[in-house]
Design a protein around this ligand. Sequence first.
Ligand code: NAD
Ligand code: LMR
Length: 332
Amino acid sequence: MDNLAAVSTEPVKVTVTGAAGNIAYSLLWRIASGDVFGAERHVDLTLLETPEHVHAAQGVAMELADSALHLVRNITVTDDQKTGFDGVNAAFLVGAKPRGKGESRADMLEANGRIFVAQGRSINESAAQDVRVLVVGNPANTNAYIASKAAPDVPAERFNALMRLDHNRGLSMLSDYLGVPASKIDSLVVWGNHSDTQFPDIEFLRVGGKSVTEQIDRGWYENEFIPRVALRGAEIIKVRGHSSAASAASAAVDHMRDWVSGTGGRWVTVAQPSTGEYGVDEGLVFGFPTTAINGRQTVVPGLDINDFQRERIDANITALRAEAAIADELFT
Ligand code: NAD
Ligand code: LMR
């Protein structure tokens, strides 16, 4: 089953971890309404939680049932990993501790890394052959690296990390700046890590097929746009008091929908295991410009990278190498 959205007879089996948490409270309803796998596709939902919070997840399942959503065929609530990933076609790995004020996402590696060893192993044992895994829990790139490493029988490219939120944040700011709808803006990419080093890059930016990079003030780009996108997560935590939830869920919906149904030639930012593209070490889960067709993602090839871009891409490689070194210790 290469293109999940194209097949409507079989329900798609979807697992959401952290099902009693903030992001899931928005994400589950979007999945159940057909926003990811299409308005014709039935879904079997599995809500995976910790033993402490599985009771609360039951409550979420009760509310899902009360929504009488016609696409939902079955809902399972569990704190058992094996049951949680049994036959899963699409897994959203959300369950992890969010950072608080003043913490970095990398600080969460110690608290969250082990979750993804266990879940990667369970996916390796129990998931469907066509499983797609989107890691949302932070530090998302390195958690996806961990999960993939723990699942040697699943092709590495089936493990993505969420950087679509960064991409969407960039699109929204550019939409305001250029005075055009975000849907008309193409060829933005956020290279690297879902962290402060991320590099939202406008070098290839197009509106209506034409380059608009020259229309953007370099000072605004370097001093406002790049840091504002990169630090938006911390800004949300400061203003909202909690980390982003509905926008994260919305980005996860965009990511999985495009992975399954294709991007129609548009670029989206996908953090996926490198196969050496643009000088990124093989295996590091890195944000790349990506298109998707028939359920397969391709990193946009052959882009000319200037010194400004290179320096920022390299900073992300360095940061992810350091996180991967810590992550590797979980396997020793
Ligand atoms: P939350 O605290 O509201 O919910 C997290 C839930 O995960 C909790 O209910 C917890 O019990 C559960 N959980 C923890 N370990 C689990 C496990 N092993 N199995 C199943 N469930 C488990 O947090 P949230 O706001 O939903 O955020 C979740 C994660 O997503 C955080 O790490 C946050 O930093 C991250 N996040 C990432 C992005 C992104 O763009 N990549 C955006 C926003 C948030
Ligand atoms: C975000 O970007 O909003 C999330 O990763 C949450 C965070 O810790 O910033």
